[in-house]
Design a protein around this ligand. Structure first.
Ligand SMILES: Cc1cc2nc3c(=O)[nH]c(=O)nc-3n(C[C@H](O)[C@H](O)[C@H](O)COP(=O)(O)OP(=O)(O)OC[C@H]3O[C@@H](n4cnc5c(N)ncnc54)[C@H](O)[C@@H]3O)c2cc1C
Length: 461
């Protein structure tokens, strides 16, 4: 019952940290409250078929030859093979605002050409922005936050271009309402536009199966259905964890992927910042529809479509249950070049949601609200995607689902707006990985687990 490290959560960051530590001979125990691994990026079965919980796309899809690209470094460190996952690239995607559209693919020249065509006066400024993004030291543990909107406005003079670039970047990993840290902007811009996106042909499960296999081979212990109820830290240092079933596990250190505030609230005694650190408020609803024909037959040929109905992109909780002005459409059937892709007959439609009403609706009203929100999403995209009679609702994912699968306060998809890039907490041997450390998304979460294990628990040994 004594471990070198207890890891809280077997989402992608916890799994990656567990593999890394166990590879180096550490005695590791992963405690996961749910009966399945994966956290926000897991899968479930309904009506006899498998659905991914939250998979639009795997970002950071740099070519294999770029050995130092994050995805390639990560796969080596976790001993994963890209062939094993069979990742199929996007074909092309679009950002559509009133009167203007930008196209991008995994060839960055496509976005460059699209910006040059739609915003000819911004061509050189856009090149300067790209250079600034490439040069920014995103992995430094000692950077002060820098507001992205102000930084972008100092380089680009066309407000519409700024809004259009922020839209996909914010949707795919910003925890802050209205603005974001320029470091997070750089991480996401690189991972989406400079490196590219794809989908594992078999959905998320083959990746989770591969991670579980590496974890077992490395000798880490994985306990499912095993919530951590409290973290014992009597003198400002961790001594162990009490589990929901009353068991106590002694350990020398803890790596938690449960979120910053959520982790501090488990501590006994709780540090002062357990009441002052800001909780997140950004959440989504995502409706999954079955299509009765290939999306291209309905005029939908993008892999991902970011749609915003106003010249300004309002990235904040809407007053209503869900935002009618902005949606992201993901079409798994439009990835790859004709290979069999899991979920190819599905359409995923994501919109910003106001977490509070979703979290408090009584069960019967919740069911009705989900169906109405999904119908409103289809109505809202009817001019771009005339799906009437072709789309059948399969499921709706809300802030309540995020809370249930992750324990994130407010069902905040990307956790707290204040990230702790060095993973340190006020407790000496308690560190964070995952969402609130600040590297987001599938590849980001894996990278976070590996880098926090390396930095805090392996480098000093
Ligand atoms: C709708 C949606 C779509 C998304 N789509 C994409 C996408 O297409 N591509 C992409 O790259 N990213 C996507 N993401 C983001 C991505 O899912 C997350 O950034 C990533 O999965 C976070 O991993 P994590 O390990 O940090 O945390 P989590 O997945 O939140 O894992 C934390 C784990 O800790 C467990 N836990 C919490 N508290 C305790 C406790 N007390 N005891 C034990 N266990 C506990 C939870 O049960 C959970 O399993 C999406 C997210 C959402 C919500």
């Amino acid at each position: 019952m004594r471990f070198d490290t207890v890891i809280i959560g077997a989402g992608l960051s916890g799994l990656a940290a567990g593999i890394r530590l166990a590879h180096f001979g550490r005695r590791v125990c992963l405690c996961e409250r749910h009966t399945r691994i994966g956290g926000l990026n897991s899968w479930y079965e309904r009506g006899g078929r498998r659905f991914d919980v939250g998979l639009h796309a795997l970002t950071n899809l740099a070519p294999r030859q770029r050995r130092e690209a994050p995805i390639n470094r990560l796969f080596r460190q976790l001993r994963l093979s890209r062939d094993e996952l069979h990742i199929v690239p996007q074909r092309h995607s679009r950002i559509v605002f009133p009167g203007c559209s930008l196209r991008f693919s995994n060839d960055f020249a496509v976005l460059e050409a699209s910006v040059a065509e739609a915003f000819p006066a911004q061509h050189e400024a856009f090149q300067r922005l790209v250079a600034a993004v490439r040069d920014y030291d995103v992995y430094s543990y000692h950077l002060e936050p820098l507001p992205a909107r102000k930084t972008l406005a100092a380089i680009l003079s066309d407000p519409l271009l700024i809004e259009m670039l922020l839209c996909p970047v914010m949707y795919y990993g910003n925890a802050q309402a209205d603005d974001m840290d320029f470091r997070a902007f750089c991480i996401l811009f690189r991972s989406l536009f400079l490196e590219g996106v794809g989908r594992p042909a078999g959905g998320i499960r083959p990746l989770l199966d591969a991670l579980a296999a590496r974890l077992a081979e490395a000798g880490a212990e994985l306990r499912l259905n095993c919530g951590v109820r409290t973290i014992a830290c009597p003198d400002g240092a961790v001594t162990g964890v009490s589990l929901d079933d009353g068991t106590f596990l002694e350990c020398d250190s803890i790596l938690s992927s449960a979120g910053h505030l959520e982790t501090l609230r488990l501590c006994d005694p709780a540090p002062a910042s357990a009441t002052t650190h800001p909780a997140g408020c950004i959440s989504f609803i995502e409706s999954i529809f079955h299509l009765d024909c290939p999306p291209a037959d309905l005029g939908l040929d993008d892999s991902i479509l970011f749609l915003n109905r106003t010249p300004e992109f309002a990235y904040r909780p809407p007053a209503a249950l869900a935002d009618a002005q902005s949606t992201v459409l993901c079409l798994p059937g439009n990835f790859g070049g004709g290979e069999t892709v899991a979920g190819a007959d599905l359409l995923r439609v994501t919109s910003l949601a106001n977490p509070q009403p979703w979290l408090h609706l009584p069960a019967d009203e919740y069911r009705v609200a989900k169906a109405e929100a999904a119908a409103a999403q289809l109505d809202g995209i009817a001019d771009i995607a005339p799906l009437a009679g072709h789309a059948r609702l399969a499921d709706v994912f809300t802030p309540r689902t995020v809370l249930r699968y992750t324990g994130h306060l407010n069902g905040a998809v990307y956790g707290s707006p204040r990230k702790l890039y060095d993973g340190r907490t006020p407790i000496r041997n308690l560190f964070l990985c995952g969402t609130d450390q600040g590297f987001l998304g599938i590849v980001g979460a894996l990278l976070s687990g590996v880098s926090m294990a390396n930095y805090h628990l392996l480098a000093k040994a």
